[in-house]
Design a protein around this ligand. Structure first.
Ligand SMILES: Cc1ncc(COP(=O)(O)O)c(C=O)c1O
Length: 410
């Protein structure tokens, strides 16, 4: 299979899209990050689409596409399939345009996303255990009812809408040299790469745009190598918003031509980025929205000049956020779980706690097990969760345990 021959949209297409989406989408702020600037040695800014209406940039593409429907098409209603952000974007756009929307979501969709979509007035149908089944059900329903299917990324009007993020970045950060953006199906990255480069070229400047994928769903890496959208086997990732197993045909063609490179980050790195954004920038960002920052924090992307990381969404279920914070703190070595094998004698618990206290570690949880697989009859397994202040401090806690003669399980 060869690449589809897609003509790149012009700057006027994106400017028109920006005028369209202004009816619903705000110009999200660009915030300077002192923390990331100090970490990378370059000026780093955050494009806060997590503060967009509906909590993600997706509204832009959905609205741009739907605003172009004829009166006759609008009467037929729209249908979409999504586990989250596209659902909310289509639902709000439909409400604004007075169109009936039917949104298919997978059975396990998170409650906040389900409720938000319903609250925008869409009819929500829960169908399919996996997304492919949900998508199939939505497409069949659209065909049966004659309704208009709104794709999440594989349409030029959707891509033009998402590209308005890139136009805003170039206006808001006139000396931007690099833009980092998440990739799932590729609509956002394709739109931003084409739009931002055209807008910068108009000012006589050249910029680079870099895409970031989750390591467990990095379909663009083999696809770009082979020169064609390639189906991959994805593994679970916390970045559900970008867990797409095959690039969209149209975004792929544009990305192959206009994106400078693609890097990947893993779940631990994403969790660490979410915690840093919460703690340092006071921003709530969902996993898919934090991959650009993860790429900067891990050094996967070494920024050259003023850099903007797009925070593409902020819709994170509080239950997942709770898990991610625990995970992110563990990954940043701010939280350490130590397991010590002790003889079953009085005073051992105190001895362990004392060693940790001497290293200034704060114990937050204790699990004391006397029976279990692999334990000798006279042995006890003690697990302690300890607040630590990073790598060095964690090492000091382990050194203190070893110095006290305790048997630390590796
Ligand atoms: C928060 C967030 N970021 C990034 C993406 C990736 O978008 P695309 O499929 O256009 O590459 C999505 C997709 O839904 C998303 O929800």
């Amino acid at each position: 299979m060869t690449k589809p021959n897609v003509e790149s949209p012009t700057l006027e297409v994106f400017e028109q899209a920006l005028q369209n989406v202004r009816a619903v989408a705000i110009e999200t702020p660009v915030l300077h990050s002192h923390y990331l600037s100090a970490l990378t040695g370059q000026e780093i800014f955050l494009k806060a689409e997590n503060l967009q209406r509906t909590g993600a940039y997706k509204l832009r593409g959905a609205y741009n596409r739907m605003s172009k429907l004829t009166a006759a098409e609008r009467k037929k209603g729209v249908v979409a399939a999504s586990a989250g952000n596209h659902a909310q974007g289509v639902a709000l756009a439909a409400k604004k345009l007075g169109i009936k929307a039917t949104i298919f979501m997978p059975v396990g969709a998170s409650l906040p996303k389900f409720q938000a979509t319903q609250n925008y007035g869409a009819q929500v149908v829960l169908e399919g255990a996996v997304f492919a089944e949900t998508l199939k059900a939505a497409q069949e329903y659209a065909a049966k009812k004659g309704a208009i299917f709104i794709p999440p990324y594989d349409h030029l009007d959707v891509i033009a809408g998402q590209g308005t993020v890139g136009l805003e970045v170039v206006q808001q950060v006139p000396d931007v040299k690099t833009i980092l953006v998440a990739i799932g199906g590729g609509g956002l990255a394709a739109g931003v790469a084409v739009a931002a480069k055209l807008a910068a070229a108009k000012q006589g400047r050249k910029i680079q745009v870099i895409g970031v994928q989750s390591e467990n769903a990095a379909s663009y890496v083999p696809s770009l190598k082979k020169g064609t959208p390639t189906q991959i086997h994805t593994s679970p990732t916390i970045a559900d918003g970008i867990a797409v197993s095959k690039p969209g045909a149209i975004p792929f063609a544009l990305i192959a031509k206009h994106l400078d490179k693609v890097v990947t980050v893993n779940d631990n790195q994403i969790a660490t980025a979410i915690v840093a954004l919460l703690e340092r920038s006071k921003l709530v960002v969902e996993p898919a929205g934090a991959v650009a920052v993860a790429a900067l924090m891990t050094g996967k992307v070494k920024p050259r000049g003023t850099t903007v990381a797009v925070l593409s969404g902020g819709n994170i279920d509080p239950l997942l956020l709770q898990k991610v914070i625990g995970h992110g703190l563990e990954a940043a070595e701010r939280y350490t779980t130590v397991t010590v094998m002790l003889p079953d004698r009085p005073g051992q618990l105190v001895k362990t706690a004392d060693a940790i206290a001497k290293a200034h570690g704060n114990v937050v949880e204790v699990l004391h097990t006397r029976h279990g697989k692999g334990l000798d009859i006279s042995e006890v397994e003690l697990q302690m969760s300890v607040e630590t202040m990073g790598h060095e401090h964690r090492q000091r806690v382990f050194e203190a345990l070893n110095a006290a003669g305790l048997k630390v399980k590796k």
